[in-house]
Design a protein around this ligand. Structure first.
Ligand SMILES: Cc1cc2nc3c(=O)[nH]c(=O)nc-3n(C[C@H](O)[C@H](O)[C@H](O)COP(=O)(O)OP(=O)(O)OC[C@H]3O[C@@H](n4cnc5c(N)ncnc54)[C@H](O)[C@@H]3O)c2cc1C
Length: 381
């Protein structure tokens, strides 16, 4: 079987690893525009549960990934001059570039051909392959080449965000909120290696316009965000990305995407190409890698009957992807409307934020952090 994976992010590389491991006679090529060290983005987080899934799917890459991890269990919420700490949340962070490097090395060791520095505009050059995997992310050219077949449904956030790094070494997953004359800004920060943290700075489109950020260049935007959150950053700088942006200021809008159909003939979409989840729930990479696991499993199970394998793949993964999309939308809406929660006292605000996606309820929060919930109940009385 000859397989082309178009896009060498977490989904494409992980699928290549698992498909090659399942059948070493398969000829698999991954086509990717970047070199691993130029990969976009900063750090990404995995929950403890997500790691267990990776351990079961491919122990060698799991071992390498966990060797590069930064683990933490606290969440700090900075609001109205107070810091509320919530304990008992298990997460691990890793640099996206490290994850890509590990997956690419593992894929190549198994005999997968990875062509870095190759940009494609549509999948037609690989039409003669038995299977074409569109793993080319949120702006997928593979999806765009057959929109009428995949039928994507897109909902854009009302917020703008910058995905940056910082030399500020956060000890906890950190949320910080700032009110300006134009409205609210928020920062999500988490450390992913000894020296660096990921920082996402977000604000509603209306505030972004009013603050004049739409007319600023990328460097000016960084300086603005750096100054706004200087105290939480403890004077450390924000670091930009070499990514391509939709807007010259670098501020992007998250697009929630779902496709009604994930496959067409011998072409299938996986990861962000097929569906996205808002970054505030930190699940996109896990979902992309779980897609890879399921697609490899379906191919092995329905060996020879590609249509059945691809139909089964969508049937298994779509409900889970839709659930994550909805969970992410709930969180996204909460961040789009911070002004509506700003009247809350800091501890009530923290509890509202932590339960905003619906994944955690008050009972679970009490189990994880009885002290936080105790003080919240006392002030709420
Ligand atoms: C601000 C932000 C923070 C995030 N934080 C987290 C987090 O903490 N945890 C988490 O799990 N997820 C997070 N995510 C989501 C995560 O980044 C994605 O869900 C995940 O990367 C999807 O993996 P993928 O392989 O499907 O796509 P991608 O990672 O986008 O990979 C696609 C690959 O295809 C390549 N490619 C695309 N088009 C072409 C082309 N035409 N030619 C050649 N190559 C091409 C790209 O270079 C890329 O390497 C975050 C996302 C954002 C925006």
């Amino acid at each position: 079987m000859r397989i082309a994976c178009l896009g060498g992010g977490p989904a494409g590389l992980y699928f290549a690893i698992l498909a090659k491991r399942a059948d070493p006679t398969r000829e698999i090529e991954v086509v990717e525009r970047h070199r691993p060290e130029d990969s976009f983005g900063r750090g990404i987080v995995f929950s403890d549960r997500a790691l267990e899934t990776l351990r079961q799917a491919d122990p060698p890459s799991h071992a390498e990934i966990t060797r590069n991890f930064r683990h933490w269990s606290d969440i700090d919420i900075h609001f109205k001059g107070e810091r509320i700490t919530a304990h008992g949340h298990g997460f691990s962070g890793i640099a996206r570039a490290s994850l890509i490097r590990i997956l690419q090395a593992r894929a190549e060791a198994l005999g997968v051909k990875v062509s870095n520095g190759s940009e494609f505009t549509d999948p037609s050059p690989w039409d003669d392959r038995d299977l074409v995997v569109g793993a080319d992310g949120i702006r997928s050219a593979v999806r765009r080449s057959r929109e009428a077949r995949f039928e994507p449904v897109v909902r854009e956030s009302r917020n703008r965000y910058l995905w940056l790094g910082s030399t500020r070494r956060f000890d906890a997953f950190t949320f910080a909120f700032r009110e300006t004359a134009h409205g609210w800004f928020n920062l999500h920060g988490y450390r992913y290696d000894e020296r660096t943290s990921s920082c996402i700075v977000e604000t509603p489109e209306t505030v972004w316009q009013a603050a004049g950020l739409a007319d600023m260049g990328y460097e000016e935007s960084l300086a603005y965000a750096e100054q706004l959150f200087a105290d939480v950053l403890e004077g450390e700088p924000l670091i930009g990305n070499s990514q391509r942006f939709d807007h010259p200021s670098g501020w992007q809008r998250f697009a929630g995407i779902r496709c009604r159909r994930w496959w067409d003939g011998h072409t299938v979409l996986i990861g962000d190409a097929a569906h996205t989840a808002h970054f505030s729930i930190g699940s996109g990479t896990r979902l992309a890698m779980e897609d890879a696991i399921e697609l490899a499993r379906c191919l092995s199970r329905d060996n020879g009957d590609l249509a059945s394998a691809l139909a089964r793949f969508q049937a298994v993964r779509e409900p889970l992807a839709l659930r994550a999309l909805e969970t992410g939308f709930r969180r996204m809406e909460w961040f789009e409307d911070i002004a509506a929660h700003a009247h809350l006292a800091p501890d009530a605000f923290a509890v509202a934020l932590l339960t905003s996606s619906g994944r955690l309820d008050l009972e679970e929060l009490r189990r994880r952090d009885p002290q936080l919930m105790g003080s919240f109940s006392a002030t709420a009385r």
